[in-house]
Write a protein that binds this ligand. Sequence first.
Ligand code: HEC
Length: 157
Amino acid sequence: MPEKMPTRAPRLGLLIMLLSVGSAVGLGVAFFAVLGNVPNPQRLMTPMVVTMPPQLTGSIEARVAAADPSKGAAVFEKYACNACHRAEDGVGPALTGMGKRAALRRPNYSPAAYIYESIIEPNAFIVPDYANVMVSNYKAKISEVELFDLIAWLLQQ
Ligand code: HEC
């Protein structure tokens, strides 16, 4: 009887090995399936990637320069930004001085690029001492023309 024992242990070992190889392959397949579904940044609302490497900020600058800041206040109201951003600090940072602060928040970001990212991908950077509560679906709602008019106006605040 005892001589049968040794044959069982290797079989169990083989089974465990096969199971772990199988689950590793399964995980790999799941991983690539998820990766494959990540939207191509080029398909997002603008041709820029959302969290922009500094070398892409130039095109945001150009669009902001071509925008109409005098229309920005209306966009700010239309999308109820003023529910959280008033003259003074409140739920969100103050509107007053936003343009100047935008230059200081993220290294290597132009002020326009920072404001762009703050609106389109608010979770990319959370202003210290604030809660992560900003509405995060503006990229689905706001038109490009509105967005750049809004950014141009915010830079003047
Ligand atoms: C529900 C409240 C809320 C709404 C609505 C909201 N925000 Fe914000 N916003 C915040 C909070 C809180 C922060 C700071 C935390 C963070 O970085 O997400 C913030 C951060 C910002 C910043 C960065 C400010 C800084 O000082 O660095 C900008 C720019 C901004 N929001 C613009 C907008 C614009 C434009 C809209 C409308 C299209 C808007 N927000 C709507 C709450 C809001």
